[in-house]
Design a protein around this ligand. Structure first.
Ligand SMILES: *Cc1c(COP(=O)(O)O)cnc(C)c1O
Length: 217
């Protein structure tokens, strides 16, 4: 399954983040042995345990909602935080990254789904964050793009239009805030059920769990 997905992603050079949440270290090592290096987790404690147990050349992506007071546990090693949804969280990341003498890569998570259970910024919130005095003082965070989750539905028209909205946010942010920053290039969208649509809509990074590891309990 890994090779099949990698083949599909190859033409567009989309990055595969293998979402290993709830799955044991042994299953991660199976994909690692096949060359996979990007893994995604949604819980702080779980990513810390797996980081400690597994080879150090794995790139760990934090894809779930992150509380400001837990940033300190991941700041020393996390590769990319996909779920930045407030200035307060970004401030905590900047502070903890500085303590570790690192610059931590982040994505701004946008709310693109109709469901109100999903976290994420609105366009207005993102703009006011990026224009804020506080944001201009951060030197240890590197915003590399955007992330979003489409509505959990079989309706392709809905999913496509949500992905298109996220792509629109990316393009507008690039134009208005990040034109000079070559690192601002990632659109993290697409999961097991909708990653082919996401790629068609311009995804640069897909987050795939159950298709690779089997259904979660
Ligand atoms: C669990 C999760 C995924 C992977 O979901 P699958 O449907 O198993 O591919 C992707 N993104 C986020 C944010 C998740 O929490």
């Amino acid at each position: 399954m890994l090779l099949k997905i990698l083949n599909e992603l190859q033409a567009t050079s989309t990055t595969l983040v293998a979402v290993s949440k709830t799955k044991p270290v042994a299953q991660i090592l199976e994909l690692y042995a096949q060359g996979q290096r990007h893994f995604g987790e949604n819980k702080v404690q779980e990513v810390v345990e797996k980081y400690e147990a597994l080879p150090k050349d794995i790139h760990w992506h934090l894809i779930g909602h992150l509380q400001s007071n837990k940033v300190k546990y991941v700041a020393s090693f996390v590769h990319l935080i996909h779920s930045v949804d407030s200035l307060k969280l970004l401030e905590a990341i900047d502070k903890q990254a500085a303590k570790n003498q690192r610059v931590v890569n982040c994505l701004l998570q946008f709310k693109i789904a109709a469901e109100d259970t999903k976290y994420g910024l609105t366009w207005e919130e993102a703009v006011s964050m990026l224009k804020s005095e506080t944001y201009s003082t951060f030197h240890h965070v590197n915003i590399c793009g955007v992330m979003g989750m489409a509505t959990n539905t079989a309706d392709e028209v809905t999913i496509r239009s949500e992905f298109r909205n996220l792509r629109g946010y990316f393009d507008a942010l690039k134009r208005d805030f990040f034109a000079q920053q070559s690192d601002f290039k990632e659109i993290s969208m697409g999961m097991s059920g909708d990653y082919l649509l996401a790629i068609e809509e311009g995804s640069t990074m897909v987050r795939i769990g159950s298709l690779l590891f089997g259904e979660r309990a």
